[in-house]
Design a protein around this ligand. Sequence first.
Ligand SMILES: Cc1ncc(C[n+]2csc(CCOP(=O)(O)OP(=O)(O)O)c2C)c(N)n1
Ligand SMILES: [Mg+2]
Length: 578
Amino acid sequence: MKVKTVADLVVDTLRRAGVERVYGLPGDSLNGLTNVLRTSPGVEWVHVRHEETAAFAAAAEAHMTGRLAVCAGSCGPGNTHLINGLFDAHRSRVPVLAIAAQIPSGEIGTSYFQETHPERLFQECSHYCELVSSPSQLPRTLEIAIRAAVGQRGVAVVVIPGDLLLRAAENLDVMAPAAALLPPPPVVRPADAELEALARLLDGSGKITLLCGRGCTHAHPQLMQLAEALKSPIVHALGGKEGVEWDNPYDVGMTGLIGFSSGYQAMMDCDALLMLGTDFPYRQFYPTGARVAQVDLRPENLGRRTRIELGLVGDVGPTIEALLPRLAARTERGHLDACLAQYKVARAGLDELATGEPGRKPIHPQHLTRIVDEAAADDAVFTADVGTPTIWAARYLTMNGRRRLVGSWTHGSMANALPHAIGIQASFPDRQVVALCGDGGLAMLMGEILSLVQLRLPVKLVVYNNSTLGFVQMEMQAAGQLDWGVDLQNPDFAAMARAIGLHGVRVEDPADLEAAVREVLDHPGPALLDAVTATQELSMPPHLAAKEAAGFSLYTLRALLDGRGTELMDLAKTNLLR
Ligand SMILES: Cc1ncc(C[n+]2csc(CCOP(=O)(O)OP(=O)(O)O)c2C)c(N)n1
Ligand SMILES: [Mg+2]
């Protein structure tokens, strides 16, 4: 009988944990593992071109399924490349296990070729991060890592020297059965006394607004009941969009730098703000005069963004269920109706921007996103690059409880859309996956377009080809600086895609936009839409602070002094003369 190696044991354990694929790139130190994956049924090796993609892909798979996803990198640079994607996974609180191969065990500490110390490097982006030094250590170390990633929802890293992977496995009798490997999520609700205190705070307050984040994802029905009982408008943070915005008669939009004025106003005009499953970070968008209560599963999140009067530890759904019977139902809906009316105005203003006139180039990104939204499948999965594609996704994609939206909302890393899409399409081969890519973001991990063809992943890439690092350009302008160092000299992305083996379409005229979008979305294989969009598109915060307004006039003055009148005309034409 074949002797079980440590690598066999790793793959066995992954299979027991329900893992179906490992994203990565091989290397000498990882060969023991890839060699087992080559022949083992049930766990697939997904070969990408950059390890950062492997980590992003695993993060997106974990986001979609809620289950453990796995990536792997070879020693030194191979696993160092994982780091940014692991930060994204960890900060998005999705369960990802990273297997970081290490140099030969006998060489550790000698400054050997490719030597790094992943057990130190990955500390900050993981709940658990350990070096395996002997075969007898492996079963428990790997199982602890899996439980940490799943139970605490985040990243765990197991560092294994390449030679160890090839050694005979020991200590197999300690291995946990499948049922004992994955900690099931508990039901967490606050104690009765705290629920009473929250009910008293709410009953004693006039206008109440709810701020909802990603912690509300599975609590849609309870949230509707709470908003009805309190007659409260619901504002959401970006992480809440997937789970909160759809089929929601209390929705008044988002707040924050990329939100709408109505979301901002609903927060500012309330007497009490109830934060539910959100760690929305921007302090300047919280009300100053309101009483604030917060419910979060993680105690460390309580009160760290704004001063709170009451903080409760609990899951949003069960907490609302336990709270509802303690609340006095209201009939007065003045605050809710005023916020809904403002939302209607804000929404109409945004919808007005999502249009284009035939023959009038360039295409507005809002128009592009609206058409993509209309043409995409009822259960499409969208990813959006950090940069302005995130803004357009937040404002123009319609969620419905079946569609999903994945992004780098917390870590805020560029270049996430394509690698996230790879993880989603690999794990959901039959769903339509649409990546909204910046031209800067796409270029950053552009090698992965090759993976779409090689792995036969029919991802649809929509490129917002605005020839600039647009979001940063806008930040510079808002700070009163001249935008500088943001220009992108781009190829014809559609021609490039065709050369690689994708279906590529370039569109410049709004008249051709809808047909182009449908052509790309309807294509059975991977496809890319190169949409030439406006370079100077403003996406102002919902409430332009005096500081930013002053910044803009300063920018205008500087640009004129710098002889950049044409660019200013473009900015005015794009944003004012529409
Ligand atoms: C890895 C990384 N580098 C830099 C940044 C800072 N940054 C945020 S958005 C952005 C520009 C994105 O440009 P592009 O992808 O072209 O999208 P656009 O905003 O133009 O639509 C930059 C440089 C970041 N968030 N992540
Ligand atoms: Mg750009």
